[in-house]
Design a protein around this ligand. Sequence first.
Ligand code: NAD
Length: 248
Amino acid sequence: SRSIAGRVAIITGAASGMGRATAKLFAAEGAHVAVTDLDLAACETVAAECGANARAYALNVSDKNAIARIVAQIAEDIGGIDILVNNAGISRHAALDGGEDYEDIWHSALAVMLTAHQRMVRAALPHLRQSDAARIVNIASTEGLGATPGLTPYVAAKTGVTGLTRGLAVDLGPEGITVNCICPGPINTGMTARIADEHKTIYAKRRTALKRYGEPEEVAHMTLSLVLPAASYITGAVIPVDGGLMAR
Ligand code: NAD
């Protein structure tokens, strides 16, 4: 099939940025979307933008019990799960000699951007197994392929996501469940909103082939292409969507 119409998709961190753009695109393609994020009101706003095909759920992905509870709730409310997009993320500068601050940033980076993904997958698995075109997409980063100074916890978590993706692809391949990973480059979202436009322009001109930041919709389209039923022979792939950042 060339469409995700009627498929059920869970997206984490969907109240903002790439998660929001992905929720809107999937809903426009006719999927039933579970918009999940920390703040229920923000999820409800995005679900309303998505139209009748979306529902909002508060889900803090660093809460193990909440993952089990909410994933089961979504499967019951909407009717199964076909697609999981692990997108929630946080980014904080971490000085190596920052003492306890560094410890905190390290633990939260791994909790939100690596441990959570594995828990989401295992919670969704019984439902994904019922689907004839089960799809998992993990949002990593070009920081999972190279490193910017001062971001070691983020780089470690995102590099971990590339490994998790390969491991899951191998483990779930025999069941026909595909698992892929997207590595966005610099994208205009809530995460990068605090960076001044002037700095973004300088960075993009120096580092990307396309000489600009990307938009969240440009990542959402790659995510869509990976979850189509027709994307049945793509698994274990780690795909940059980075305006040519890693090509330079
Ligand atoms: P964003 O800040 O706009 O959105 C991230 C969302 O994740 C927010 O709505 C936030 O509330 C949510 N979130 C944070 N912690 C959470 C938790 N514990 N439980 C549930 N939700 C949580 O940022 P974005 O850029 O759209 O980020 C999406 C993903 O893309 C992240 O994994 C990020 O690391 C990654 N990424 C971003 C860029 C970029 O340049 N913006 C580049 C590469 C990768």
